[in-house]
Design a protein around this ligand. Structure first.
Ligand code: SAM
Ligand code: SF4
Length: 335
């Protein structure tokens, strides 16, 4: 028998879209150099969806066939009462929703790890680009590494599985990639490396620090042989076993190896805009419909969004490419 949810969330190219990322805020307590400008203009509060509106839209997407939701931002843990939202969405776990996860910078994890686990979260991604306090402060423009380390300890104690996200940056943290891999092994964490993407102006030239992961993988392989794992999660990362270490290594290579043919996701901003691709400006605005006509007015927009999912992004970094492929920062669409 055909699963109605499976067919109702299929895009124009036959890809099944069952993964939703929700950016719950565009605000953040850090200013990572590859992500944001030093001075950012954030959205006024009345333009941001309330937690109740986010929950209602999550209900709708789950009813339509979304099976995994990741909350992100901006920094999701700076949003007040975020745990209430997570508890509310978590009610769908085992009743339609298979997984609820979170991506965080970890600065507020020490206080939130246990409540996250209690709300049904079992896995989190924590962004960490350096294990050196001064370098971490440089990359994040002022972040405190020890807060993140405490957060990671709390996550482990609470029983959350942790994957570290590290953006690979030439001349900034390239020499820390092997140490980070070995440290993740010692901590029981997985590691995903990410190529810096041209999203939004940051006041810096990303070309200076762009590091192709094809080179990085060769270097790691010389020390710890990498074996690709056949299993895919439907996400952009390609995973590898790492010889001698218990870490699963993910590589996200939007620049050097396109993964759009397998894309299963869409993204909702904290303003209620649905982007079907990180690398395109096209979107469908759910907030206006929700505020004027309720969920009944939003329902037809889901199909409109699905029909508009593009085949692929077109990220380039280099002398002939614009500094930003789209003007939105990653923190707006949700990383
Ligand atoms: N604040 C949270 C965090 O840092 O984990 C969640 C939001 S952040 C936008 C999500 C992920 O996007 C982080 O792992 C971050 O390193 C990554 N990211 C942000 N800007 C990026 C860019 N221009 N290129 C590649 N990755 C980026
Ligand atoms: Fe904030 Fe995350 Fe962007 Fe860093 S990567 S500035 S922590 S949203």
């Amino acid at each position: 028998m055909v699963d109605p949810a499976a067919t109702s969330m299929t895009d124009g190219l036959g890809r099944r879209i069952d993964y939703l990322r929700i950016s719950v805020t565009d605000r953040c307590d850090l200013r990572c150099r590859y992500c944001m400008a030093e001075r950012m203009q954030f959205l006024p509060k009345n333009q941001v969806l309330t937690l109740e509106e986010i929950a209602l839209l999550a209900d709708l997407f789950i009813a339509r066939g979304v099976r995994r939701i990741r909350l992100t931002g901006g920094e999701p843990l700076v949003r007040r009462d975020i745990i209430d939202l997570i508890r509310r969405i978590g009610r769908h776990l085992d009743a339609g929703l298979q997984e609820l996860t979170l991506t965080t910078n970890g600065t507020r994890l020490a206080d939130h790890a246990e409540p996250l686990h209690d709300a049904g979260v079992r896995r989190i991604n924590v962004s960490l680009d350096s294990l050196q306090a001064d370098r971490f402060a440089h990359i994040t423009r002022g972040g405190d590494l020890s807060a993140v380390r405490h957060g990671l300890d709390a996550a482990r104690a609470a029983g959350l599985a942790v994957k570290i996200n590290m953006v690979a940056l030439k001349d900034i943290n390239a020499d820390e990639i092997l140490p980070m891999l070995r440290w993740c092994d010692s901590q029981g964490f997985d590691l995903t490396l990410i190529e810096t993407m041209p999203l939004g102006e940051t006041g810096e030239d990303r070309t200076d620090h762009y590091l192709p992961l094809s080179h990085v993988a060769q270097e790691i392989d010389a020390h710890h042989a990498l074996t690709p794992i056949a299993a895919r999660t439907g996400g952009p990362a390609r995973y590898h076993d790492v010889e001698g270490l218990g870490v699963r290594l993910g590589l996200i290579t939007p620049l050097t190896r396109n993964f759009c043919a397998d894309c299963n996701r869409m993204r909702m901003t904290c303003e209620g805009k649905i982007y079907m691709c990180l690398g395109h400006d096209d979107h469908v605005d759910f907030k206006a419909a929700l505020r004027s006509g309720g969920l009944a007015a939003v329902e037809p927009l889901v199909d409109r969004a699905l029909r508009r999912k593009p085949a692929a992004h077109d990220f380039r970094i280099g002398a002939d490419a614009p500094t930003a492929a789209v003007q939105r920062h990653m923190s707006v669409t949700g990383g």
